[in-house]
Design a protein around this ligand. Structure first.
Ligand SMILES: Nc1ncnc2c1ncn2[C@@H]1O[C@H](COP(=O)(O)OP(=O)(O)OP(=O)(O)O)[C@@H](O)[C@H]1O
Ligand SMILES: [Mg+2]
Length: 215
């Protein structure tokens, strides 16, 4: 049996959280147990790291190397405390961002050495790799427009959302490159449609990847 482990990837605002919620409901309607996780976070250590990375003034201007190690520290904890035990118990795991985000943001977009990032990523994962990764591909400008329309707590800024437009172009192109390099795991989904249309494409990939494991 393939590990029941699905990750969602793509730029800010491309619809990951929206689609994860639809997919989780779909699994639950079929009587399946599903755990949805977000990266970084989902463990006490991970949530503290998330705050540092996204909102805490202590994180402002951090070095790209520190950012890489904080993301992967959160992931190492998540894999060992939550993901591995759940997969062993036969549960479905859906994760909002995972190791591909590190490859794309820290290596392709921020320019850290690709091989070093890959070694650190692998160390954090300890062999726990998703069976299916859904990359929601949306033009960077549309992603940004959706992101800015999204409701958010008053006065809260997010360090990762304040990058110049070129950064988001690099992210989108980075995901496309990565998807081309691992076509059997990473499925590129055209996310430029209404929520239901995008969801139908996702469902078709889930059914393909887990054929025979959905009942
Ligand atoms: N297919 C769609 N068409 C139009 N708007 C959408 C679509 N999917 C999601 N949205 C809206 O776009 C905004 C961003 O969606 P969502 O929060 O799901 O993206 P995300 O990928 O999780 O973003 P982030 O990486 O920042 O968490 C939300 O306001 C959501 O309601
Ligand atoms: Mg989200």
């Amino acid at each position: 049996m393939k590990p029941r482990f699905i990750t969602f990837e793509g730029s800010e605002g491309c619809g990951k959280t929206t689609q994860i919620s639809l997919l989780a409901d779909w699994f639950k309607q079929r009587g399946q147990t599903v755990t949805c996780l977000r990266e970084p976070g989902a463990t006490p250590l991970g949530e503290a790291v998330r705050h540092l990375l996204k909102h805490d003034p202590a994180g402002h201007g951090m070095a790209a190397e520190s950012e890489l190690l904080l993301f992967t520290a959160s992931r190492a904890e998540l894999v060992r405390k939550v993901i591995q035990p759940a997969l062993t118990a036969g549960r479905w795991i859906i994760c909002d961002r995972f190791h591909d985000s590190t490859t794309v943001y820290q290596s392709i977009a921020r320019g850290l050495d690709r091989l070093t990032v890959s070694v650190i990523n692998d160390f954090a994962l300890g062999g726990t790799v998703p069976t299916l990764t859904l990359f929601l591909d949306l033009p960077a400008a549309e992603s940004r427009a959706r992101m800015l329309r999204r409701p958010r707590p008053v006065g809260q800024t997010d360090r990762m959302e304040n990058e110049p437009p070129e950064f988001y172009e690099k992210v989108t192109n980075g995901y496309r490159q990565l998807a081309d390099s691992e076509p059997s795991r990473i499925k590129r989904i055209d996310a430029d449609g209404d929520k239901r249309t995008v969801f139908e494409k996702i469902l078709s990939e889930v059914k393909n990847a887990f054929h025979g494991q959905l009942d």
